[in-house]
Design a protein around this ligand. Structure first.
Ligand code: PAF
Length: 283
């Protein structure tokens, strides 16, 4: 028996369009691949603060998985997802793969360009192309006034901001701040893999973010703070960089304005990320 729910479940594009057309006021979209957790609820909460209606999409997008990444094994539990957001969002759009992609791979798709091939994209060829293709489709289908994305996936957020700017999509992208534990450690389901000593060691990430933000507004000082953190090698760094958010290239000496500070490294074999936006107004 299907439990009584306030939130509607919609699986076809036609029904989504019909329900979307009936919504009065502003609409916020929260795009997810399901397996919802507290991090997604923070996105939902922000969307609810900003919009009259909230549509959550729940779709495991095959296009963003590489050959070595287990698309089939990705966790899926629509019932649990629906129970978690029941009453918090107006509707959940959970289409099948055939509904989303009548032709797979699609004949025409979107690419993230060079920005999709660096950092997290370096080891995942095609991943960000798959992300921007599905995000473009989902934004088209849900037709929201705004869509919220977490700052923790800093590269994904920056690329989606480019998608919206470069393709003139009529939607506002609202970044949602990283949720942190009291110690400063960015919340992540991966923190569960860390021992007490590992959690202590992982604080090198949030300390480095704090040092970079303190070093602003001098770009050189931000870069020095990151270089010092890498030299200290408290964790096994993959990268600690200050980037131009428009290109995801390292910010050049002349760069002024927002700087995307992105960190990735391993602690006890677990890969952790952190990020922040600093503002550089001086050399
Ligand atoms: O961040 C995610 O969960 C996915 O990459 C997204 C944005 C929902 C696209 O499938």
């Amino acid at each position: 028996m299907t439990p009584d729910r306030t939130t509607a479940l919609v699986t076809t594009k036609d029904e989504l369009r019909a329900r979307r057309a009936a919504m009065e006021g502003t609409v916020g979209a929260v795009l997810t691949m399901g397996s919802l957790h507290a991090g997604h609820l923070a996105l939902v909460q922000r969307a609810r603060e900003l919009a009259d209606h909230v549509i959550l999409t729940d779709f495991v997008n095959p296009l963003q998985f590489g050959p070595g990444e287990d698309y089939q094994a990705y966790p899926r539990d629509l019932e649990a997802d629906l129970a978690l957001v029941d009453g918090l969002v107006d509707l959940v759009f959970a289409p099948s793969v055939e509904e989303m992609y009548p032709v797979l791979p699609p004949t025409v798709s979107v690419t993230a360009g060079r920005a999709g091939t660096v950092l997290e994209g370096a080891a995942r060829p095609g991943h960000f192309d798959g992300v921007v293709t599905v995000v473009a489709k989902l934004l088209r289908l849900t037709d929201p006034h705004l869509s919220v994305f977490g700052r923790k996936d800093a590269q994904q957020l920056a690329i989606i901001q480019r998608l919206v700017a470069d393709l003139d999509l009529p939607v506002r992208i609202e970044p949602v701040e990283i949720q942190r534990e009291e110690t400063g450690l960015a919340r992540s389901s991966r923190n569960a893999y860390l021992s007490e000593a590992g959690r202590e060691q992982a604080l090198a990430l949030s300390r480095t973010i704090a040092a970079a933000l303190e070093a602003a507004p001098s770009l050189a000082a931000i870069q020095e703070a990151l270089a010092r953190a890498r030299e200290r090698a408290e964790i096994d760094w993959d990268y600690a960089l200050a980037l131009d958010p428009a290109t995801l290239e390292p910010a050049g000496a002349e760069h002024r304005g927002e700087v995307l500070v992105v960190l990735a490294g391993r602690v006890e074999g677990t890969r952790l990320l952190d990020a922040a936006v600093a503002v550089a107004t001086a050399p």
